[in-house]
Design a protein around this ligand. Structure first.
Ligand SMILES: *Cc1c(COP(=O)(O)O)cnc(C)c1O
Length: 436
């Protein structure tokens, strides 16, 4: 293992200095600024497979993977070919194009609950539009969300939201009016009692319950056995639409997302990240009946200049095709198993101090938070100072983890045995360093 003491980061540092003059915090999305792990963000120049290189030429094994979209690794040959091929024919027309139809066929074929869908340009837009649709369909105003689930940054969803905010230690954002927050009810995840009580108390006024079926934006939390089925039943009983925000889990846990994985159907589904193959895409979909309310078929307005952009759609199609062609879910399962096998013995030495939680290709590490994590309180108990030190030690050893202990790590199909070996060695050395 080559330990990069005194790693040269002069070019990143210089870019960061310039960026801070021009961009708030030097970044275009808060967690990128390394505020919660300390140190300075690295400016990444290129990536291939599981590896990335910064502007100074340092090489890392990447587990951030652009926060989830890159299930096939960086710069997959076929995805790149699809994007460049589409770009050569024109980057945007603002008209319908054939890619939109092809990808909609591919996605609705995988998600039984989505008969029709609409493409947008980000996950934020997808959830925001899904809520509007739910309100338009039911004629009701309130929504329920889970504390610690992140659904992008629309005002009415920035109520006790996810990682960036959690790091700042405030449950809300400045600039969100009480009026916007008023119709959002927040309950704990994995708590059917809280959902039932809230549904009863606000009976007849709730349009939808929105949740990440597997919360991945405030650490990783795995649903208790029966939780999602219980949620489905309660929503049915109270006539409330169930929105699964599958921006991360969709196309990652299974071709049909968490719905297929856990056997629970959502009324409205939101997608993002993987579906854009690394380009800016989001989508929402539902039954024909519900989607018929979306303009121009119905009265719920929603539009986008670059929605269904040919480059983004081509990248999505290529990604979906590749996932099927290479049996990606089998491969990911195998990669996940391998990571667990190699990290297991390392972590066993720190039982009680380090908890490694993994669901398929998604994982999180918690420090001194006990032996199980099943809600926000448990995640909050994790020692983020220790995570910050661990992050720094891993970076020195050539492993790039997401720069916040509230974020998860992602495996791709390109994380091979060599990468996993090196990661486990780096973890062993890093833990010895910080827990000695
Ligand atoms: C990333 C994410 C979003 C927001 O997507 P953006 O493309 O960043 O706007 C929404 N929901 C979940 C579950 C996410 O992980």
């Amino acid at each position: 293992m080559r330990v990069k003491e005194g790693m040269e980061i002069g070019r990143s540092r210089e870019l960061y200095r310039r960026a801070q003059e021009l961009l708030p915090g030097g970044v275009n999305s808060p967690v990128r600024a390394f505020k919660s792990v300390g140190g300075e963000p690295l400016f990444i120049q290129k990536g291939k497979g599981a590896r990335i290189w910064d502007e100074d030429g340092n090489e890392f094994i990447d587990y951030c993977m652009s926060w989830g979209p890159l299930i096939l690794g960086h710069a997959d040959d076929e995805v790149v070919a699809a994007v460049t091929g589409a770009a050569a024919k024109g980057t945007s027309f603002g008209t319908p194009n054939r890619y939109e139809v092809e990808i909609a066929e591919a996605v609705t074929g995988r998600f039984a609950s989505m008969e029709k869908m609409r493409f947008v340009s980000s996950g934020t837009e997808a959830t925001m539009s899904a809520i509007r649709l739910a309100r338009g369909y039911t004629g009701k105003e309130r929504i329920i969300k889970c504390d610690g689930c992140y659904h992008g940054h629309a005002d009415h969803l920035l109520v006790a939201g996810g990682s960036g905010l959690a790091t700042f230690g405030t449950p809300d954002s400045a600039g969100v009016t009480p009026g916007n927050a008023r119709d959002t009810l927040v309950i704990p995840y994995n708590d059917l009692g809280a959902l039932e009580e809230t549904l009863k108390r606000h009976d007849g006024t709730v349009a939808a319950f929105i949740l990440e079926p597997v919360p991945c934006n405030y650490g990783l939390i795995v649903p208790d056995a029966g939780y999602l089925k219980g949620v489905r039943e309660l929503c049915d009983r109270h006539g409330v639409l169930l929105i699964f925000d599958e921006v991360i889990t969709g196309l990652r846990l299974a071709p049909g997302g968490a719905q297929e994985y856990f056997g629970v159907r959502a009324d409205i589904t939101t997608l993002g990240k993987i579906i854009g193959g690394g380009l800016p895409v989001g989508a929402y979909g539902a039954s024909r009946e519900i989607m018929s309310l979306v303009a121009p078929e119905g009265p719920v307005y929603q539009a986008g200049t670059l929605s269904g952009n040919p480059l983004a759609m081509a990248a999505g199609i290529a990604t979906l095709r590749r996932l099927e062609a290479i049996d990606a879910y089998g491969t990911l399962q195998n990669r996940a198993m391998r990571l667990k096998q190699r990290l297991g013995p390392v972590l066993d030495q720190y039982r009680g101090r380090v908890l490694f939680l993994q669901l398929e290709s998604i994982f999180a590490l918690y420090f001194n938070s006990g032996t199980s994590v099943r809600n926000l309180e448990h995640v909050k108990a994790s020692d983020m100072k220790l995570f910050a030190r661990f992050h720094g030690e891993m970076l020195k050893r050539g492993v790039y983890l997401s720069p916040s202990g509230y974020e998860v790590g992602f495996l791709s199909t390109t994380h091979g045995d060599g990468e996993i070996e090196r990661t486990a060695d780096a973890a062993a050395e890093s833990l010895r360093e910080i827990l000695k």
